[in-house]
Design a protein around this ligand. Structure first.
Ligand SMILES: [Zn+2]
Length: 490
């Protein structure tokens, strides 16, 4: 029984880091490295390019669903409408087409530089944007399943910003881009905001590998892009649903030599390939080395695999690790991150940037360049604290997000400075964020003898609470009072 996992029985139970207000030894080292940087971790030019794209993304969210994305105040997660579910399902499919038909097209050297004509439509670009803002998933997947993304390097800011029409807040594609997309993918370049019953998608049956053509939508609400999706393979009668497709993805990984998702990085973000290989092999052997079509033995459900793997595991640490690995297989897309969900979560940050008027049509204000330089400097100070479960103020977060969009450069900077890959988790529950923000402000105030408050343009600076962009906690004075009260109690 998962004998190789035994050493991991020693894992410390996952708990929040010990509360401390003095700089750890590691943080002192990070400060010294940051002080010696010959250029900032992220340039204001990149931040400006990022800010120019956000209103375009904002407009797409509002085109999908009037009013944009609604956040559940308790869970802090998006409440997904039927239109958003359909749009994200189609965008996922288009993201897959971009990788498989454009970045992997025959004759393209996988290591060749990214070309302007390869720039995908805005929905796919937004998926890429959300993906890169989950650096642990992105780093591991770039090594594991998407080497093309690693070769691409940073988010294609330069190509994308050049296409922004500031009047319409849309990207105006080049003829070469449209030709590349439409000839390689046989789908229209324009984003699909409407879906007709006649529009279909082609799948491979996970059991018998025969082609299954499915409508995106149908009256019963069981189309491939709908939440109640289900279908039957006409060849082998398999009931195909999201669970079956998710299990199929798991079995593809199990029956291939590659490591399982969520195994490469340690809990602190240090890559360890040998350990990932060992852990992956242990899981594969425990399940009896099934082939990719062997889903019958698991009833085509990831939950069955989960109960097999965890049934005799006594260590909480190992169980948590197994559940973390399986979390990457609770959705059918090839990425370990559910990109559709991540895309919707990003809408919060995009709206906040619009709200504080750093992005959008009024984004040019006096002193903007200085404000962005200040954000970068404060981001350096944030990184120097070797942040674990810490929350970035909105201005710092903008620099943090932009740095993450540098992809492999972000990973390398993070490893050089901290000895580990910094993560960015925007799926944290609200009460956890409040705790983390409270702790962050204590650590910051102790280290820098200044209050941890965000810096906004003069226009909005008055009475603005410290805001975490990834959760929108602290967006109201009441919430900031809650944080202050907690600080007093501690
Ligand atoms: Zn079949």
């Amino acid at each position: 029984m998962l004998s190789v996992l035994n050493p991991l029985q020693q894992l410390r139970p996952s708990s929040k880091p010990l509360k401390t207000v003095s700089l750890a030894r590691g943080a002192q080292g990070s400060q010294a490295i940051i002080a010696k940087l010959d250029k900032p971790l992220v340039s204001t030019e990149y931040i400006n390019a990022h800010l120019e794209l956000l209103p375009v993304f904002h407009k797409v969210h509002h085109a999908i669903q009037p009013g944009g994305v609604t956040i559940n105040p308790t869970t802090n997660m998006p409440i997904v409408s039927e239109a958003q579910a359909l749009f994200t399902a189609r965008a996922q499919h288009r993201f897959d087409l971009w990788i498989s038909r454009i970045l992997r097209r025959p004759g393209r050297d996988p290591s060749s530089p990214f070309e302007e004509a390869e720039l995908p439509p805005v929905d796919v670009l937004m998926f890429l944007h959300a993906y890169m803002l989950s650096p642990w998933n992105y780093y591991e997947d770039s090594k594991r399943v998407y080497p093309e993304l690693e070769a691409m390097g940073s988010f294609p800011f330069g190509f994308a910003r050049a296409l922004v029409d500031v009047a319409t807040l849309e990207l105006v594609p080049t003829p070469a881009q449209i030709a590349m997309w439409e000839s390689q993918t046989s789908t229209t370049f324009a984003i699909p905001l409407q879906t007709l019953p006649a529009e279909t998608v082609l799948l491979c049956c996970p059991k018998c590998d025969s082609e299954v053509r499915l409508p995106w939508v149908n009256e019963a609400g069981t189309g491939y892009g709908q939440r109640l999706f289900k279908a039957t393979c006409s060849q082998c009668n398999l009931n195909i649903d999201r669970d079956a497709l998710s299990l199929s993805k798991l079995l593809r990984d199990i029956s291939s030599p590659r490591i399982m998702a969520h195994t490469l990085l340690s809990r602190s973000g240090v890559a360890d390939l040998a350990s990932a290989q060992e852990f992956s092999l242990a899981i594969k052997e425990e399940l009896g080395l099934p082939r990719s079509s062997d889903g019958d033995q698991f009833n085509w459900k990831v939950s069955v695999v989960e109960s097999i793997l965890t049934r005799d595991v006594k260590s909480d640490g190992v169980k948590k690790k197994l559940l973390h690995i399986l979390k990457a297989y609770h959705h059918p897309s090839e990425s370990s991150l559910d990109l559709g969900q991540a895309f919707l979560r990003q809408a919060r940050f995009i709206s906040e940037m619009d709200r504080i008027q750093w992005s959008g049509s009024k984004a040019s204000f006096p002193g903007k360049e200085a404000a962005l330089e200040d954000a970068v400097e404060r981001y350096h100070k944030f990184v120097a604290l070797d942040p674990v479960a810490m929350v970035a103020c909105l201005d710092i977060d903008l620099a943090f997000h932009t740095h993450q969009l540098l992809g492999p450069t972000f990973a390398q900077d993070s490893i050089n400075i901290l000895g580990r890959l910094l993560d960015h988790d925007d799926s944290v529950e609200r009460h956890v964020i409040i705790d983390d923000l409270t702790r962050t402000s204590e650590v910051w105030e102790e280290a820098y003898a200044s209050a941890y408050v965000p810096r906004f343009p003069p226009l909005l600076q008055a009475n603005k609470p410290c805001t975490n962009s990834c959760s929108m906690v602290g967006s109201t004075p009441g919430e900031y009072e809650e944080i202050s009260l907690k600080k007093k109690r501690n």
